[in-house]
Design a protein around this ligand. Structure first.
Ligand SMILES: *Cc1c(COP(=O)(O)O)cnc(C)c1O
Length: 390
């Protein structure tokens, strides 16, 4: 069963990436646990590709409008795209993006592999000024964890004028809300660890390209560098995609409600969420996204200590990193020592899941109350943070 272009995305998520309809055969691509396969077939060794990857890639490609290549993690997917820039090339990027990618760019600069022109991606004119002579524009939309939103179509248009290819990490949106290839991006990137998988039980990444010729060197990179996905992970991610539209819809409804209530709460200084009409990214979100998604950032009164206490005071929200799962989570981003200096110390990223919104609100409201007086339980907010945060 395949999914045609006539189908709506909610249907594509369920119908794409299925094996042929053969009587008595399963209608989900089975998990193939194999390294070596019988000779003389299309694949002789698992690093060349497995059918479980192909099923996932068919579904993500159909959702995102291109040809998908899956990787062992989101970061492996990002690294494969950065590897497309020749040695000594110039990347235009922001410092407040996913911190793993920022660290990769910084290391590439330190080792002389790449040069980065750091810009504020929300400043469309400044990005255009930085473009001449560049080899890659790296966009993240929405931007993690400040929840800022660059004008993706305008940036892609000015990159196209300058002849600069564009990569868009759309992990925070998922293909349900933003499809970068529709706006002229060369590479659309998703950490499938987040919304595509959706259950906090796997690591996986995907790059989608409009042109199959652009997907080919990514496939080659994956093969040569061993950045291959696991069969169980691709199976689980595809299973997650079946409910992606439902999960995103519920998470977003919950996030819209919680954002409005938090914005009206006297002990919340700021809510960053492009679903709020007063948010700087709101008009952009309405112009080129299908919704604001389920992640927001808040800054409670009382600074970093209060924010940390808040994260330890919830009972339903889990104090943990990452986002995109059905389980609501929250964390103070600056607990990671390598998080960008542009991120306020009290900023708490809130991943709104699919629980009942009133239970989520009760939990947050009580945690805000408790954290007002209670000690955080941690003497040093940053102590204990590993050197490799998410
Ligand atoms: C999580 C994340 C990544 C990295 O993905 P992993 O699957 O954790 O390797 C890259 N970009 C963004 C925006 C992310 O949120």
């Amino acid at each position: 069963m395949t999914s045609g272009p006539q189908h709506r995305r909610e249907t594509v998520a369920i119908a794409a990436g299925r094996p042929a309809r053969v009587s008595g055969a399963p209608f989900n691509e089975p998990i193939t646990l194999a390294s070596a396969l019988h000779a003389d077939g299309p694949t002789g060794y698992a690093r060349d590709g497995l059918r479980s990857w192909a099923a996932l890639e068919a579904a993500v490609g159909a959702l995102d409008g291109g040809h998908a290549v899956s990787f062992s993690s989101g970061l492996a997917a990002c690294a494969a795209v950065l590897a497309q820039v020749q040695i000594g090339g110039t990347v235009v990027a922001a410092r407040t993006i996913y911190m793993g990618v920022r660290q990769m760019l910084e290391e590439a600069e330190n080792t002389g592999r790449l040069v980065t022109r750091w810009v504020d991606l929300t400043d469309t004119d400044a990005v255009a000024d930085a473009m001449p002579g560049a080899d890659l524009l790296w966009i993240e939309a929405p931007q993690n964890p400040l929840m800022a939103l660059a004008d993706v179509p305008a940036l892609a248009a000015s990159a196209s004028t300058a002849g600069v290819p564009v990569a868009v990490d759309a992990t925070l949106a998922s293909p349900m809300l933003l499809r970068p290839l529709e706006h002229g991006a060369t590479w659309s990137i998703h950490s499938a660890t987040k919304y595509l998988g959706g259950h906090a039980d796997l690591l996986l990444g995907v790059v989608v390209t409009a042109d199959p010729a652009t997907a080919e060197p990514l496939d080659h990179h994956r093969h040569l560098h061993g950045a291959t996905p696991g069969a169980l992970e691709t199976y689980l991610a595809l299973r997650g995609i079946r409910t992606l539209p439902l999960r995103i819809q519920r998470a977003q409804e919950n996030a819209l409600e919680l954002a409005a209530r938090l914005a009206a709460h006297p002990e919340i200084e700021r809510v960053r969420y492009c679903g709020l009409p007063a948010d700087p990214g709101h008009q952009r979100m309405r112009a080129f996204m299908d919704g604001p998604g389920g992640v927001l950032a808040i800054e409670p009164t009382g600074g970093a200590e209060r924010a940390e206490a808040l994260c330890h005071a919830t009972e339903l929200f889990t104090h943990a990193t990452s986002f995109g799962g059905v389980e609501s989570t929250l964390e103070r981003r600056k607990r990671w020592s390598e998080e960008s200096d542009e991120v306020p110390p009290a900023l708490v990223r809130v991943n709104v899941g699919c629980e009942h919104v009133e239970d989520l609100w009760d939990d947050l409201a009580h945690a805000l109350q408790r954290s007002r007086t209670a000690p955080s339980g941690r003497r040093s907010a940053t102590r204990g943070a590993r050197a490799s945060g998410r």
